[in-house]
Design a binder for this molecule. Structure first.
Ligand code: GUN
Ligand code: ZN
Length: 481
């Protein structure tokens, strides 16, 4: 019954994969809707009809429920919930983080999850609040790690156990936690204690924490971002290598009359149109939805449908190699997401190692595009380009004959030998009229080329408008126009 994860397609550090536990299999990235047995606003059978292959519920709630405990133990979780897809259970750790204590132990909660037939069991990790001092984070992490070891010892290497990664806002602790969790043999690793970061729109710190955990974790691990359920940040999280999300947002937001869109949340009370293609939005006007007797259920359906559609869009963009475009688009919908995006780009060297070699396209979308992995991949290759004594760099000017090597300036990449100009990523790149940022990035590439070829005399052939700029930037070079 061990957990298996296969990766089929990659883009940035994101992947399209397949998670298999026993006879259950789900496509990833995946959203596991949170199901509360007491309040099933959308019954799990209805979720299956929406294409949902897995869900998550809370074993602690089941274990403390007069109504559900014995039923789950005798009939099994799948029968009680009426869902035969993959069911993951959480341990009670979240209650621990909210209420400060729980009435169970690591061994008791895992045994209970096993006995009710859950497909993925979570130990009793400690989600330390991100603003806790380092000593608290370290002490809690030590307890979490000892519970992960204990879980493996008591339930065996083949048990379908998740290995949560804690460590708060300390990148070294997150990375160490990730490494140790992978060394213990966990193939499914949720990154924990990020809910307060998500609630506070602290995307920059989220990115730092996830990247650090990812650095420690094996790249073969299936990574779950615990408690992340708003679709506007899925693309960003997937780009870092998160494969699984769980969402209570669809239901919690519906209760508060909030209408989820892939770029943010609207208040149903304030909107005049329903800008969505789901069946609820196409069969109701905004006024009708506001006054519908089952408004909360309809809104929850819409919220889940748009969340699920974003997952499909992400899987598609990974297969096409256009995930950067989606990250760029989504992260412009809120300034704090833009902070997260800019933080992500600071880690582009790390991301570049997992990125694929060829993509469908490189569309330049502004300054941020200069830091993308494709630019870094090309610029890291530049020192291997060997030039003859006399080289020409075409920047839109004439092409005299007498040169050993001819290159084209291809912002934002650099100077590209003409024989490579149709190869990836330059061959697939489309840029608008050159702007300062892409020229600066290309000139940095030229610097790298010139330092790798100190004996080359270089001539730039340029249009008149770039003449002065290039003369100033490369005073030792010849410039013709
Ligand atoms: N749900 C949200 N965050 C967490 C976490 O850190 N650990 C567990 N077990 N569940 C969570
Ligand atoms: Zn809708």
């Amino acid at each position: 019954m061990s957990i298996q994860f296969e990766i089929m397609h990659k883009d940035i550090a994101g992947r399209v994969g397949r998670l298999t536990v026993g006879d259950k299999r789900i496509r990833t990235p995946a959203l596991l809707p949170v199901v509360n047995p007491h309040i099933q606003i959308i019954p799990p059978a209805g979720m299956a009809a929406m294409g949902i292959e897995g869900l998550i519920t809370n074993a602690y709630i089941f274990s403390k429920s007069a109504d559900f405990r014995e039923e789950a133990l005798s009939r099994g979780l799948h029968s009680v919930l009426g869902f035969d897809g993959l069911i993951m259970t959480d341990s009670g750790s979240f209650q621990l983080s909210v209420y400060g204590s729980v009435d169970t132990t690591n061994e008791t909660t895992i045994s209970f999850q096993r006995d009710i037939g859950s497909d993925i069991w979570v130990p009793l990790d400690i989600p330390t609040h991100p603003d806790a001092p380092r000593e608290t984070v370290e002490a809690d992490l030590a307890v979490t790690m000892s519970r992960l070891r204990e879980a493996k010892e008591l339930f065996g290497d083949d048990a379908p156990l998740a290995g949560p990664v804690q460590g708060g806002l300390y990148p070294d602790l997150r990375e160490r936690a990730g490494r140790e969790t992978s060394e213990l043999g966990f193939a499914f690793c949720p990154i924990g204690a990020v809910v307060p970061l998500l609630e506070g729109y602290r995307y920059k710190e989220l990115v730092r924490s996830v990247i650090a955990a990812r650095k420690g974790l094996s790249s073969a691990a299936c990574v779950h971002l615990f408690g992340a359920g708003h679709p506007s940040m899925f693309a960003l999280a997937v780009a870092m290598g998160c494969d699984i999300f769980d969402s209570a947002a669809y239901a919690l937001y519906a209760r508060e009359g909030r209408y989820i869109t892939p770029s943010g949340t609207l208040k149903l009370a304030e909107i005049s149109e329903l800008p969505c293609a789901c069946s609820v939005c196409r069969s109701h006007t905004a006024d009708e939805l506001r006054s519908a007797p089952d408004k909360e259920r309809l809104l929850a359906y819409h919220n889940l449908a748009v969340t699920q559609a974003e997952i499909s869009r992400i899987r598609l963009s990974i297969q096409e190699g256009t995930l950067w475009d989606l990250v760029d688009e989504r992260c412009r919908s809120h300034p704090r997401l833009l902070d997260g995006y800019r933080e992500l780009l600071k880690h582009a060297h790390f991301l570049e190692r997992s990125d694929r070699a060829t993509k469908r396209r490189f569309f330049y979308r502004g300054d941020e595009s200069c830091s993308r992995t494709e630019v870094i991949k090309f610029q890291e290759m530049i020192p291997r380009i060997q030039l003859g004594k006399r080289s020409l760099i075409l920047c839109g000017g004439p092409r005299p004959q007498e040169f050993d090597d001819v290159l084209e300036l291809r912002p934002p990449f650099g100077a590209v030998p003409t024989e490579l100009s149709e190869t990836a990523p330059m061959g697939q790149s489309e840029v608008p009229e050159w702007d300062d940022a892409m020229l600066a990035s290309a000139f940095a590439g030229v610097d790298a080329l010139l330092s790798a070829n100190p004996d080359t005399d270089v001539t730039f052939s340029t249009t008149p408008d770039l003449l002065d700029l290039i003369r100033r930037r490369f005073p030792a070079a010849q410039v013709i126009s």
